[in-house]
Design a protein around this ligand. Structure first.
Ligand code: ASP
Length: 403
C-alpha cells in the first residue's frame, strides 16, 4: 500500500509553495438565527484554534498516505467519505466576524471538520490536506496530484465518495478537469465558501455539510464531478462563478443546476447528458505535464501582441475568448492563421456568458473548432486534454460536441 501512494511526494519535488497571504474581499449580510448560531459555533472553533492557526507555509508531511490512518474504520457502516482540502476562503480567517478583508487558505482540514460536527452523522470521515492555497494560485501539479490521490482512493476502494474543499475563484476549472479525467463512478463533490470561516453568517459550514451529504449519497453515483454551493448541485461542464462577492455566486448559465440539497438529502431534477468521468476517453495516468494552452481575449482594437506572445512561448493550443458569437478582429485572425500553420490548435469561444459559439456564425472556419457552450476557461481545459490525443481540428470539434 505504501508504494501506491509515493506519488504524493511529487508536489514537494516540483517546489510548489503552499503559502498564501493574499487578501480577498467579501460582503456581509444578516442571516437567519440558525445560520448565525451555526456560524458562531464555527467561528468559536476557529478562534479557539487560533493558537494553531497559521499563515505559514503548509509543510507537507514526509508521506501523506503511507500512514494507515487513511483506512476509514466504518464499523457503523456509514458511507466512507474522504475530504481533500486545498484551501480557499472556506479555510480563511479574518480579524473580526464582520471584516471584509481576510486571509484565505489558513485553517487546516482538521479544524474545519471539527467545527462542523454535524457532518459526522452523515459519513465516516477523514480529511487529507493536499495543499492550503488561494485557488487563483492553482497549479497544474496540484491538479495532477488531486487526480492521483482521488484515483488511488477509488481504485483501492478506500472510500465511497470524495469531497474537495477549494477556493471559489477557480473551483469550476478543477471540477471540469477532474470531470474529464477521473474515470470512476463514485461521487466527487467540490465545495468552498464565499465568506471566511470567521465571518458572521459564514456559508462554509452548510456548504461542507451539503457536500458530505452529496458525496455519501447513493443517488450521486455516476453524475460526473459536481459542485455544491448555496444548496444547489451543479455539473462541472457548465458551472461558473457569477458574482465576485455574494454567497449566491454560482450558476449553470446554459443548462441550470442538476438539483438541490435540503436537510442533507439531495434531489436531482435533470441529467448531465455530456460524457464525463467513467465514460471519459481521456487517460492522464502516465502524464507528468499537460499540453500548454492559453486564452486570448478579444476586445475593441485588440492588437496581436498577446496572441503572438503565447505562440512564441510555445503554446500548443489557444482558445480565443471572442466578442459576440466568437468573433475577433483582423490582427488576431492573421495571427490565428500563423498559429494553425505551426500546428497550434485554435478553439473559438466567447467572452459572453450565454449562448455559446456554434457553427452558424460570421467567422466559421473548420480549421478553428468552436467551443459550443463551453466558456473560454472550460474550453481551455477540454482543448488541453484533446491535445493529449490529437491536433486534428475535426477530432477536436468532435470532443467539444461530446464533453
Ligand atoms: N480567492 C479565493 C480563492 O479562490 C476566493 C474564495 O475562495 O472564495 O481561493
Amino acid at each position: 500500500m505504501m508504494q501506491r501512494f509515493n506519488h504524493l511526494m511529487h508536489l514537494r519535488d516540483v517546489g510548489i509553495s503552499f503559502n498564501t497571504q493574499e487578501k480577498g474581499s467579501m460582503s456581509v449580510a444578516g442571516g437567519r438565527p440558525f445560520c448565525v448560531i451555526l456560524a458562531l459555533l464555527f467561528a468559536f472553533a476557529i478562534l479557539f484554534s487560533a493558537q494553531s492557526a497559521t499563515a505559514e507555509p503548509y509543510n507537507r508531511p514526509e508521506s501523506l498516505l503511507d500512514n494507515q490512518d487513511y483506512f476509514l474504520d466504518n464499523q457503523d457502516s456509514k458511507p466512507r467519505v474522504i475530504i481533500l482540502a486545498t484551501g480557499g476562503t472556506i479555510a480563511g480567517s479574518a480579524q473580526s466576524s464582520v471584516q471584509a478583508a481576510y486571509n484565505p487558505g489558513v485553517q487546516n482540514i482538521e479544524v474545519i471538520i471539527a467545527s462542523v460536527p454535524e457532518i459526522k452523522s452523515l459519513a465516516t470521515l477523514k480529511g487529507i490536506q493536499v495543499c492550503n492555497i488561494s485557488s487563483q494560485n492553482m497549479e497544474e501539479q496540484i491538479w495532477l496530484e488531486l487526480w492521483r490521490v482521488a484515483d488511488s482512493l477509488f481504485t483501492n476502494d478506500l472510500c465511497d465518495g470524495i469531497v474537495i474543499t477549494h477556493g471559489t475563484d477557480t473551483m469550476e476549472e478543477t471540477a471540469y478537469f477532474l470531470n474529464l479525467t477521473l474515470r470512476h463512478t463514485k461521487p466527487v463533490v467540490i465545495t468552498g465558501s464565499m465568506r471566511p470561516a470567521t465571518s458572521l453568517s459564514a456559508d462554509g459550514p452548510f456548504n461542507l455539510y451539503n457536500a458530505v451529504a452529496l458525496a455519501a449519497s447513493a443517488k450521486a453515483q455516476n453524475k460526473g464531478v459536481m459542485v455544491t454551493m448555496n444548496d444547489y448541485i451543479y455539473c462541472a461542464n457548465d458551472v461558473t462563478k457569477n458574482n465576485t462577492v455574494n454567497t449566491n455566486s454560482f450558476t449553470c448559465p446554459n443548462y441550470g443546476p442538476l438539483g438541490y440539497i435540503r436537510g442533507g438529502i439531495p434531489t436531482f431534477y435533470r441529467e448531465n447528458k455530456f460524457l464525463h468521468t467513467a465514460s471519459s476517453q481521456f487517460d492522464i495516468s502516465g502524464l507528468q505535464k499537460l499540453p500548454k494552452t492559453e486564452i486570448i481575449l478579444s476586445y475593441s482594437f485588440a492588437s496581436d501582441a498577446a496572441i503572438n506572445a503565447v505562440i512564441q512561448d510555445g503554446a500548443q493550443g489557444i482558445v480565443i475568448a471572442g466578442v459576440g458569437h466568437g468573433n475577433f478582429n483582423r490582427p488576431i485572425a492573421e495571427a490565428m492563421k500563423k498559429a494553425v500553420a505551426k500546428n497550434i490548435a485554435i478553439v473559438r469561444s466567447s467572452r459572453i456568458l450565454l449562448g455559446g459559439v456554434d457553427f452558424d456564425a460570421e467567422e466559421y472556419n473548420p480549421q478553428w473548432p468552436v467551443s459550443l457552450n463551453k466558456s473560454p476557461q472550460k474550453a481551455r481545459i477540454l482543448l488541453m486534454l484533446a491535445l493529449t490525443k490529437t491536433t486534428n481540428p475535426t477530432q477536436i470539434q468532435h470532443y467539444f460536441e461530446q464533453y
